[in-house]
Design a protein around this ligand. Structure first.
Ligand code: UDX
Length: 447
């Protein structure tokens, strides 16, 4: 008998997981408490940008293998495996993760399940959550039910969500029983290559793998950005340094791109939640370095603001600034904790006229900061700019040549916040161009 699957929470993670489970051949129901989201998904419309996902969604809404509901009774009655992929946002007080949605989802399921079922947590949670949820399940469960719990963290990246789900680097399952592992092996059978590592472990390790991975990635980015601060002061080339470091296979080149720093819905929130959790455990100093990682990261934004001031002789009032890219990374429409958007708003607050253009992010950014100007295309954004800021490395911007902008930008000033332009080519064309990690005499002390 084929397993029937529910996915509770149809945000980024849940919608991707539901569509991919249908693609793997299962019958799937996605559940969310947000009726508007469910209505749109049921019509095959994805409320966010993710390459390849709309096609999967439409395909399986059409085959009938993928349905959507807001009704817990329906899924609790029907599914054998319930994936929980609801959000764990930063708490309003800034300390730790808000687990309201995870608790509510597990409680609503546990109350209604009859017979046997497996609940699989996918959300990123503070260590200790799964063990606590076993007590919650016990307290809420019907006498005639048998509910198992497993923790199966999700490592997908925005922009690659489908590929990361359909062929993961590794699968981590935290559990207290072997039956859940057998069930999850069946669920993922077609997604696992012969050599995909399957790591079966306890709840705590499974929860920690996820936050440790994100803490490591964040640390790697801030590590190279801390060296960018050094080369900004004394000179040197941060990209060559990263390339040379990356040739050491123990280090690797990935996540060593200096720039405006990391943002998005995961890395910043997860390192803060991890610090809060270890403090609760009485280990405040153990993760003290993550506070530095966060600070180095936020200083990158400040750096771009200061560079802009310096390039415009400290007079931003009425100056036209074109911001290219506003999402936290390319191939996404996500502006959560986006360094680019933060920089744009700071420059606006300093009196500049800021015009933003992003291939996919204008709408989400405008919803948050309607006062900035949003241009429909690159030419409209940069026309007459006193300075152009490239802040998110969309392919469209990486490919820019000075000749593309020459007729539009008489000032010929550009800040490359992602180090993706060939500085020598732009300088040869008469541009003043500054990248990240670059010494800039008007701003930095002479060595
Ligand atoms: C991240 C993790 O990679 C993923 O495994 C996890 O499941 C969720 O969080 P994502 O938020 O999609 O995924 O973004 P990622 O590709 O990791 O990039 C995060 C941020 O780091 C972006 O703002 C990006 O621009 C920045 N970054 C990345 C750098 O500044 N330099 C780099 O070298 C790499």
């Amino acid at each position: 008998m084929t397993l029937k699957i529910s996915v509770v929470g149809t945000g980024y993670l849940g919608a991707t997981h539901a569509a991919c489970m249908a693609e793997l051949g299962f019958e799937v129901i996605g559940l969310d408490i947000d009726q508007a989201k469910i209505d749109s998904l049921a019509l095959g419309e994805l409320p966010f940008h993710e390459p390849g996902l709309p096609e999967l969604l439409r395909k399986h809404v059409a085959t009938g293998r993928l349905r959507f509901t807001t009704d817990y009774d329906q899924v609790a009655d029907w599914a054998d495996v319930h994936f929980v992929g609801v959000g764990t946002p930063q708490r309003a007080d800034g300390h730790g993760a808000d687990l309201r949605f995870v608790d509510a989802a597990v409680r609503e399921l546990a109350r209604r399940i009859r017979g046997e079922a497996l609940i699989v947590g996918k959300s990123t949670v503070p260590v200790g959550t799964a063990r606590r949820l076993t007590s919650l399940i016990e307290a809420e469960a019907q006498p005639d039910s048998r509910i198992m719990l497993a923790w199966n963290p999700e490592f997908l990246r925005e922009g690659f969500a489908v590929a990361d789900t359909m062929s993961p680097d590794r699968l981590v399952i935290g559990t207290q029983d072997t039956e859940s592992v057998d069930i999850l092996r069946k669920v993922y059978a077609k997604a696992l290559a012969a050599d995909t590592p399957l790591i079966v472990t306890d709840f705590e390790t499974a929860e920690l793998v996820k936050v440790a991975a994100n803490a490591f990635l964040a640390t790697k980015i801030s590590f190279i950005n801390s060296f960018a601060e050094v080369t900004e002061t004394i000179g040197g080339d941060i990209t060559t340094l990263a390339d040379a470091l990356g040739h050491d296979v123990r280090i690797g080149r990935k996540f060593l791109n200096a720039g405006v720093g990391f943002g998005g819905g995961c890395l910043p929130k997860d390192i803060r939640a991890l610090q809060a959790r270890v403090s609760e455990l009485g280990l405040t100093h153990t993760m003290g370095f993550l506070a530095e990682v966060d600070e180095i990261n936020l200083r990158r934004r400040e750096r771009v603001v200061r560079l802009t001031h310096a390039m415009l002789n400290d007079d931003l009032v009425g100056k036209k600034i074109a911001v290219l890219g506003v999402t936290f990374k390319p191939d996404s429409d996500d502006v959560r904790d986006s360094p680019a958007l933060d920089i744009a708003v700071r420059l606006y607050n300093a009196g500049a006229e800021v015009t933003v253009y992003d291939p996919k992010g204008n709408k989400n950014a405008a919803a948050r900061f309607p006062r900035l100007d949003y241009a429909p295309g690159l030419a409209e954004a940069v026309g007459g700019a006193d300075v152009v800021l490239l802040l998110t490395e969309w392919a469209e911007f990486r490919q820019l040549a000075p000749g593309d902008l020459d007729p539009l930008v008489a000032s010929r000033r550009i800040i490359d916040g992602r180090n993706v332009l060939d500085r020598a080519v732009w300088e040869a064309d008469g541009w003043e161009i500054i990248g990240m990690g670059q010494h800039y005499a008007p701003l930095d002390a002479q060595p």
